[in-house]
Write a protein that binds this ligand. Structure first.
Ligand SMILES: Cc1cc2nc3c(=O)[nH]c(=O)nc-3n(C[C@H](O)[C@H](O)[C@H](O)COP(=O)(O)OP(=O)(O)OC[C@H]3O[C@@H](n4cnc5c(N)ncnc54)[C@H](O)[C@@H]3O)c2cc1C
Length: 549
């Protein structure tokens, strides 16, 4: 294996092909290059950044632990060289932080943009993946890294007559690069997940009217975005080693200690006092400093749900609107949402809430949406309907493994995988943030680094042992599924319909597929790497034949 790509007929040959140039694909390129491998990356987008390149809707921000901890840890220089300005950085600031990474490590020279991989097929005789793109590229490599994104394929709502609407229509996950003006326009927003809740207050600032078409009422918590001062940055830089160590040890990959107490250890008054102080402080730390059993114990959960419902009633002036905004699922069992004036937006004269559960959409006309209660004239429709998450983009890619086995067939009933990275029947294919891994339950840049380090070690092991292919057994997949399921079943997460359980996409296998427990996952995969139990290796075809003769 070498850093130099080769050419065989019309096919470009590499050691590693990476699909996706978001945070994960960018690091994959750097990491494998460091190992002396030739790497080619393909991305349908026009530049690096993935999520942050696409999600340019108004109000789009980091809604995890926030800057400066939503970042790479592999290069200390990056921390020294980039100044973050806000704790919950806007999409543009995250994108701006990734561009110097691409420059510093000269990543773009090995990335082909505006290029969709439309076919990825395992060639068993050659022990290589063959990839074909929509731009006519044919390429092959023994290793295929699918850094295709857990929140990458948009979920389009299946609403009768949606296409009859003739006005401007945008999906938050594919927001135009040209400025979109809401000035004087009547805008309808479908969806009140993270994207909708971030976008609605921003749109309402200039739109003539915003009609929010709510499918599910949501728990949302104050974002608490704050400026990061030069002193904050200096402190973070000074303590960077300690901060990194904390991130590696923390359940979610964040530099916080967290709260290990049960909510039931405190009286109702003490619980309320804690919730109130966290609410006032605001920000992602709200979740980290909550009781440890909020998402595992019904009584603990109810204590927080009641608190947030009371807050919604307090903030929203109109009691009828407030009532429609009250969520009725277990709090925290849908993605926790950080909001910037979302509930307050309903106190504006130009924002109306339509609860689709009691007033469903009947159809669209060229200039309105008609719900059971009547017609709402609109000029623009914003689809904040999220993603075919976690498994959706892998299924869209639909790689073909041994004997032409399609991933869609292998995954028709559940997302079979081992260690959340590999799939039986798909040798040398590795997923980043796939089902069976912590994925969206972890600080994702750090998660990508850790998974890619693990994959790099496995490839190195294969080189050392003279092995050409690796894939898991179906028995190890089943055991892994049992482990993932047992952890999830000890919580309330599987009891709520959410994109985590695939409930937002009709026909998808419905179950909670993520590995909860962050750093435990990394300990588990480190254990697996001690002897790679659960995997089957094959030497290079020629060597196998030579041994047999
Ligand atoms: C609004 C928003 C806020 C978020 N906030 C946080 C946060 O605070 N903390 C956090 O940890 N995470 C957050 N996330 C999750 C975010 O997706 C990840 O943090 C991270 O950016 C994912 O990077 P990735 O490289 O794995 O995937 P992506 O960024 O999704 O990149 C995948 C890339 O693969 C490309 N691709 C897919 N299929 C193909 C194909 N067949 N051919 C060619 N190219 C292909 C896509 O074009 C895309 O560019 C947020 C997500 C959103 C939408």
């Amino acid at each position: 294996m070498s850093e130099q790509p080769r050419q065989s007929g019309a096919t470009e040959e590499y050691d590693v092909i990476v699909i996706g140039a978001g945070v994960s694909g960018m690091y994959a390129l750097h990491h494998f290059r460091q190992m002396g491998l030739s790497v080619r990356v393909y991305d349908g987008a026009s530049d690096v950044g993935g999520t942050w390149w696409y999600n340019r809707y108004p109000g789009a921000r980091v809604d995890g632990p926030g800057s400066p901890f939503y970042c790479y840890t592999f290069s200390d220089e990056l921390m020294q060289e980039w100044d973050w300005e806000e704790t919950q950085s806007e999409w543009s600031a995250v994108l701006a932080s990734l561009e110097p990474v691409a420059d510093k490590f000269d990543l773009r020279k090995d990335i082909q943009f505006e290029t969709w991989v439309k076919d990825a097929r395992w060639d068993d005789a050659a022990q290589r993946w063959h990839v074909e793109t929509d731009t006519g590229v044919q390429a092959s490599a023994p290793f295929l890294i699918c850094a295709v994104g857990a929140l990458s394929t948009t979920n389009m709502p299946d609403i009768p007559g949606l296409h009859d609407f003739a006005g401007e229509c945008y999906h938050t996950g594919r927001w135009p690069h040209e400025p979109v003006s809401f000035e004087g326009k009547r805008v309808a927003v479908i969806g009140t997940g993270s994207s909708g809740i971030q976008a609605i207050p921003e749109i309402a600032k200039t739109a003539a009217h915003v009609t929010v078409l709510q499918r599910t009422a949501q728990f949302a918590f104050p974002c608490g975005n704050r400026p990061i001062t030069p002193e904050d940055m200096a402190e973070a830089r000074e303590n960077w080693d300690a901060i990194k160590a904390k991130m590696y040890a923390n359940m979610g990959g964040f530099p916080h200690d967290g709260n290990t107490r049960s909510a039931l250890e405190d009286t109702p008054e003490e619980r309320r006092a804690l919730y109130e102080s966290l609410w006032q402080r605001a920000g992602f730390k709200f979740f980290l400093d909550l009781y440890a059993d909020i998402a595992a114990n019904e009584e603990a959960n109810a204590s927080l749900s009641d608190f947030v419902r009371d807050k919604i009633r307090e903030i929203v002036d109109d009691p009828e609107t407030a009532e429609k905004l009250l969520p009725d699922h277990y709090v925290m069992t849908k993605r926790p949402i950080l909001e910037n004036g979302y509930f307050e937006a309903y106190n504006r004269d130009n924002v109306t809430l339509v609860d689709l559960r009691e007033d469903p959409i009947e159809r669209f006309t060229p200039n309105s949406v008609i719900t059971r209660s009547g017609e709402h004239p609109i000029d623009m429709l914003v689809l904040a309907t999220g993603f075919d998450a976690i498994s959706g983009t892998m299924l869209k890619l639909d790689p073909k493994g041994r004997d032409g086995l399609a991933l869609k067939d292998r995954w028709h009933d559940r997302f079979h995988n081992y260690v959340g990275i590999t799939i039986a029947g798909f040798p040398n294919l590795f997923m980043i943030h796939g089902p069976g891994s912590p994925g969206v339950f972890y600080n994702m840049p750090l998660g990508a680094e850790r998974q890619l380090a693990w994959i790099g070690d496995l490839i190195q092991h294969m080189r050392d042992q003279g092995q050409a292919t690796v894939e898991p057994t179906t028995e190890s997949e089943d055991a892994w599924a049992g482990e993932v399921g047992a952890i999830a079943d000890a919580t309330l997460f599987p009891r709520t319909d959410s994109w985590w359980t695939g409930a937002n996409v009709p026909g998808k296998p419905r179950y909670f597929s993520a590995y909860l427990g962050g750093d435990i996952y990394y300990q588990r995969i480190a254990d697996v790497a001690k002897d790679y139990a659960g995997f089957v290796f094959e030497p290079a075809r020629g060597e196998e034949d030579a041994e047999a003769s």
